[in-house]
Design a protein around this ligand. Structure first.
Ligand code: NAP
Length: 344
């Protein structure tokens, strides 16, 4: 593939690292692989090839992104071309909501590993905390009549399968995604194997300070999705009130001061703040700038503080397509008043 030699690489040793509770290191930035219903599997896998050649070592995958086979083909190529060894990569996978049943988590993980051509995942996440799924590419009004609220016992049945994956050596660490403090309060005391990382929406306009602090206090590493405010996100995840992170005045001001694109400020902020951003891009210049920026020219304490105060509490991935019959609005998914919502 032509990207191997033609890009200005970043030395992976210069990319900051975080430590999981097991002592294992994870790069402080990775590349996302969700194409937002806009980019196809071939384009995304080509970007993964280029990104790894360029110095990325963390790849955020999920079965629902429908591109694991194509990414598997480029991983094979990367190993054959001796660009990287398997043990130098940190690969995340996720079980989709339609595979929460008895035995299905294990089956789905095995299928993802087969598609990716891997023996193990470094991290395997429960993508959403309920078995509610939507068809890929659906619109925002789409509802699945089989959708259900969160139940602790059902979640723990999924988690037990994740624990089995660790015990069987198919997965090195397990984690959660799209959780809230009330749900974590219920499930963490029941885990035999604690989550090593939690993936959550995190960008300057949506900093989730309480959940972020809670996760870190529990020795769990936060991975931040939509770190740039997901400007290419699907229509179902857009509403008129959404804030564009890259237009927030404090971000624009810092971008001007550092002579960089506002995207770069979002990523420097994320890494300096302590989460692991996983920006998506299929454009070599973008994804290489995204990686390089965390190795140089940090934001000042004053800039960090200004961005902290610029939080807009603006959730972008509201998840309304996962609502169950009887639920009122997307807020019901996120336990805003501290209570987990049931059937009514
Ligand atoms: N756990 C979960 O439930 C969950 C949910 C959502 C996402 N994720 C993960 O998080 C990853 C990232 O989220 P995301 O893809 O929604 O959003 P994002 O990374 O915030 O935004 C990606 C978009 O930003 C633009 N971009 C990237 N680099 C740029 C740069 N240097 N300058 C200017 N624009 C730039 C690109 O837009 P153009 O395409 O217009 O160039 C790209 O499509 C996903 O790919 C996925 O792996 C996980």
């Amino acid at each position: 593939m032509e990207l191997k030699e033609n890009i200005d690489k970043v030395d992976p040793n210069k990319v900051p690292k975080r430590q999981l509770y097991t002592g294992c290191e994870i790069p402080a930035i990775g590349i996302g692989t969700f194409g937002s219903d806009k980019y196809g599997a071939e384009e995304i896998s080509k970007a993964v090839y280029g990104a790894v050649c360029g110095g990325y070592r963390l790849i955020d995958c999920a079965s629902v992104y429908q591109n694991e086979k194509e990414i598997g083909a480029v991983l094979k190529q990367l190993f054959e071309d001796q660009v990287v060894k398997r043990e130098e990569l940190f690969i995340t996978g996720k079980v989709w909501n339609d595979k929460h049943g008895d035995g299905e988590v294990i089956e789905s993980c095995r299928q993802s590993l087969a598609d990716l051509g891997l023996d193990y995942f470094d991290l395997y996440l429960v993508h959403w905390p309920f078995p509610n799924y939507h068809a890929p590419g659906c619109d925002g009004d789409s509802r699945n009549p089989d959708s259900r609220p969160f139940f602790t016992e059902e979640y723990m049945a999924v988690w037990r399968q994740c624990e089995t994956l660790v015990e069987e050596g198919l997965v090195r660490h397990i984690g959660m995604s799209n959780m809230t403090i009330p749900k974590l309060e219920r499930v963490l005391p029941l885990c035999r194997i604690q989550p090593a990382a939690i993936e959550m929406e995190l960008h300057p306009g949506f900093q989730q300070p309480e959940l972020f602090a809670y996760v870190r206090e529990h020795n769990i590493v936060p991975i931040g999705y939509c770190p740039l405010g997901s400007p290419s996100r699907p229509e179902r995840d857009r509403t008129a009130d959404d804030v564009a992170d890259m237009e927030i005045p404090e971000i624009v001001e810092a971008a001007e001061a550092h002579h960089v694109h506002p995207a770069i400020i979002c990523l420097k902020w994320a890494v300096q703040n302590g989460q692991i951003p996983i920006p998506f891009s299929v454009k070599p210049q973008q994804y290489m700038n995204n990686l390089r920026c965390v190795t140089e020219d940090p934001l000042t304490d004053e800039e960090m503080e200004k961005i902290r105060r610029a939080d807009k509490n603006c959730r972008l991935v509201k998840g309304q397509v996962f609502l169950w019959p009887g639920a009122h609005s997307w807020e019901d998914l996120w336990d805003l008043d501290g209570n987990i919502k049931g059937w009514k």
